[in-house]
Design a protein around this ligand. Structure first.
Ligand code: NDP
Length: 309
């Protein structure tokens, strides 16, 4: 039987509705949660992400503002902006869109954000708190993956979770969040020996690699839950015919013809759907959860710092 879909669009909407309802209660008490998003330079993908974050805030009744700085911005100039946002009481969340231009010292910027406003969960204080299992602002994408599993009541405790990828943004915090939910966790990366064999031991397999359709059916145990965090552009029609299930091919080819690419994750849908019990599509899987979690973190930051339950 083909895998069942974990529908991130649907779950993301439900989570956002919940944020909107809770935000409305806070606003009635005179507290409007606010998010400041900072973008440096002209990265096209970053602009799209930032635009959708600001729009999501507006739709849920949160205050949002976008700060756009030129690609030539220095570390000191960006630090000055972060400090001014730290000082403003009505700003609860500060998100500096990554990647930053090469002349900017990214770590210094992330460490300058007030940990209580660190809605991306990248500050060392929040990384440390997550590691200790303390309440913290946790990175949006891996937190969204947990919310998706919970929505579908997929058990985590006692399961073997294999996370492919060890980045600070996805892989490591994902492993930590799964561990705190009592999974037995294996973290894999580019030096892992016989990755397909390790992956096949997973009850829950998370792919956060950044390599188009790398995880094939050969990596997947029969009935496993496969979470595809990857977002890649596929431009080749031949490749699209090879990696997508027959039913999806026409719309994928249309996408390539219109835009020059179609979105694909790190998982090869055609072969994995035949093996997995559950899987996340791309688009419409993990992506929408990331934004929903950012909204949830903004609300949480507002409540934590401005103290209204
Ligand atoms: P990084 O490039 O920071 O990390 C990739 C990880 O994959 C590294 O740990 C790397 O190992 C590992 N890796 C790379 N090649 C292989 C390989 N051949 N075999 C095994 N492991 C490998 O990426 P991110 O974690 O930032 O992002 C991962 C993907 O998730 C990307 O496609 C990104 O676009 C997407 N993403 C999606 C989001 C969403 O909202 N859905 C949000 C954030 C990211 P090593 O450490 O050894 O180099």
């Amino acid at each position: 039987m083909p895998a069942q879909i974990l529908n991130g669009t649907l779950v993301g909407e439900a989570l956002k509705q919940d944020v909107a309802a809770r935000a409305a209660k806070l606003i009635a008490q005179g507290l409007q949660p606010g998010l400041a998003v900072v973008i440096v330079g002209d990265n096209a993908a970053s602009k799209v992400y930032v635009g959708s974050k600001v729009k999501a805030c507006q739709a849920l009744g949160l205050h949002s503002e976008k700060h756009e700085l030129p690609a030539s911005t220095t570390t000191d100039e960006l630090l000055a902006l972060v400090q001014s946002l730290n000082a403003r009481n009505e700003i609860d969340g500060i998100l500096v869109q990554l990647p930053l231009p090469p002349q900017i010292e990214t770590r210094r910027i992330l460490e300058a954000i007030d940990p209580l406003k660190d809605v991306d969960g990248f500050h060392a204080i929040n990384v440390g708190r997550l590691s200790q299992g303390e309440d913290a602002l946790t990175p949006c994408t891996p937190t969204g993956v947990i919310a998706l599993l919970d929505h579908y009541q997929i058990p985590i405790a006692g399961q073997h979770a294999v996370v492919i990828g060890r980045s600070d943004i996805v892989g490591k915090p994902q492993a930590m969040l799964l561990l705190h939910r009592h999974a037995t966790v294996t973290i894999c990366h580019s030096r892992t020996k016989d990755l397909p064999a390790v992956a096949r031991t997973a009850d829950i397999l998370v792919a956060a690699i950044g390599r188009t359709a790398m995880v094939t059916g050969d990596y997947v145990k029969e009935g496993a839950v496969v979470i595809d965090v990857g977002i890649n552009n596929l431009t080749s029609p031949d490749e699209a015919r090879r990696v997508f299930p027959d039913a999806e091919i026409p719309q994928r080819l249309e996408g390539i013809a219109k835009r020059g690419y179609t979105l694909i994750g790190d998982v090869e849908p055609r072969s994995v759907i035949e093996k997995a019990g559950w899987f996340t599509p791309v688009p419409g899987g993990v992506g929408p959860l990331t934004i929903a979690m950012l909204m949830q973190n903004t609300l949480k930051a507002a409540v934590m710092r401005r103290g209204k339950a």
